[in-house]
Design a protein around this ligand. Structure first.
Ligand code: NAD
Ligand code: ZN
Ligand code: ZN
Length: 344
């Protein structure tokens, strides 16, 4: 089969021919119907050799959807032809976190060598994908796989951050979204769907600000230090009760720090390396800072339900497997509107 792999440090993604994988006992093989490209893939591909921990060659793609194609020994509960989305943050399945569906916070995964597809295990940017356990499959039902595959990360990750801040976001509150890219443009819609907040979106690109307005931001601002004053003035001097930073770089966490309200929350979702020291005289009194990771299996079901209800959608740029390196290049340049999705 064909797959998109990261094969050499610094070498970027390549389209290659690899053996079609066979599902082992308990595993399920999917024929991939859609796979999304995430900026985290670039984070991984930009790592120097001494920091890289995902194995080579690595088949990329941690947003996956497919139809069940072959069952390993002992698998029950799904049948060939079932349309599914893949829950990516695989855990051990046995601990307290996993029992709650929060496999994204499984404390045993690392020591057991369990890694998500596309981030250590072979990923979804291929014609076939082997999923380690049937519990990592969520039925898609009548949702279109290409339109909804990115809900498994670009939808789930903002949703997880937002629902953990729901108590901060009643009617009359303000939420700031920094970065209206793949995650951010879905985050804006989730905020509109599940909170009463006024949504202010920041980006450095005019096109992304236009997209932010289109998907529901009440106001948009250029992401520079002047945004801090603008957010203060939009909120009558109070600041934003929640700031979701989908960039997470030094300049954006500084905007977050200076725009969050007393007793507010900053959720640093982007992995741009910015640090936000909390403590008296650094962050407003009562404010908390959190760096959430991906989301729970139940939350994935909820995001898919939001899409089914028409409350959130993903703006999709469609590519073939052969075009994946080009799609990655566009993502790197910040040119993708919404999410780039590969249809093998
Ligand atoms: P993306 O490239 O689709 O979107 C990034 C957006 O940020 C773009 O619109 C870009 O114009 C904008 N941007 C860049 N610099 C900016 C700045 N200084 N101020 C405001 N906006 C700026 O990326 P994505 O796939 O949506 O991922 C966003 C971030 O989230 C990445 O760092 C990614 O690695 C990370 N991520 C984290 C998790 C997690 O679990 N925490 C999950 C997925 C992705
Ligand atoms: Zn991702
Ligand atoms: Zn676990």
């Amino acid at each position: 089969m064909r797959a998109v792999q990261y094969r050499t440090i610094g070498g970027g993604p390549e389209v290659v021919e690899v053996p079609t994988p066979e599902p082992g006992p308990g595993q399920v093989r999917l024929r991939v119907t859609a796979a999304g490209l995430c900026h985290s893939d670039w984070f991984v591909m930009d790592l120097p050799a001494d920091k890289y921990a995902y194995g080579l060659p690595l088949t990329l793609g941690h947003e996956g959807a497919g139809v069940v194609d072959a069952l390993g020994d002992g698998v029950t509960g799904v049948a060939a032809g079932d349309a599914v989305a893949v829950y990516g943050p695989w855990g051990c399945g046995l601990c307290h976190a996993c029992a709650r569906g929060a496999e994204n916070y499984c404390p045993r995964a690392a020591s057991l060598g369990i890694q998500p597809p596309g981030l250590g295990s072979p990923g979804a940017l291929a014609e076939y994908l082997v999923v380690d356990d049937v519990r990592h499959l969520v039925p898609l039902g009548d949702l279109d796989p290409v339109q909804s595959v990115s809900l498994t990360d670009a939808g789930l990750t903002p949703y997880h951050a937002i629902v953990s801040s729901l108590d901060k976001l009643p009617a009359g509150s303000t939420a700031v979204v920094i970065g209206a890219g793949g995650l951010g443009h879905v985050g804006i819609q989730v905020l509109r769907a599940v909170t009463g907040a006024t949504v202010v979106a920041l980006d450095i690109s005019e096109e992304k600000l236009a997209l932010a307005s289109e998907v529901g931001a009440h106001s948009v601002l250029r992401s520079d230090p002047s945004a801090i004053e603008a957010i203060r003035s939009l909120t009558g001097g109070v600041g934003a009760q929640a700031v979701f930073d989908f960039v997470g770089a030094a300049p954006t966490v500084e905007i977050a720090r200076k725009s969050v309200a007393l007793d507010g929350v900053v959720q640093i979702v982007g992995i741009g390396g910015g640090l936000l020291p909390t403590g008296f005289f650094s962050t407003p009194m009562g404010a908390s800072v959190r760096a959430p990771y991906w989301g729970t299996r139940t939350e994935l079901m909820e995001v898919l339900d939001l899409a089914r209800a028409g409350a959130v959608h993903v703006e999709v740029e469609k590519y073939t497997l052969d075009e994946a390196p080009e799609a990655y290049r566009r993502l790197h340049e910040g040119a993708v509107r919404g999410r780039a999705v590969v249809v093998p």
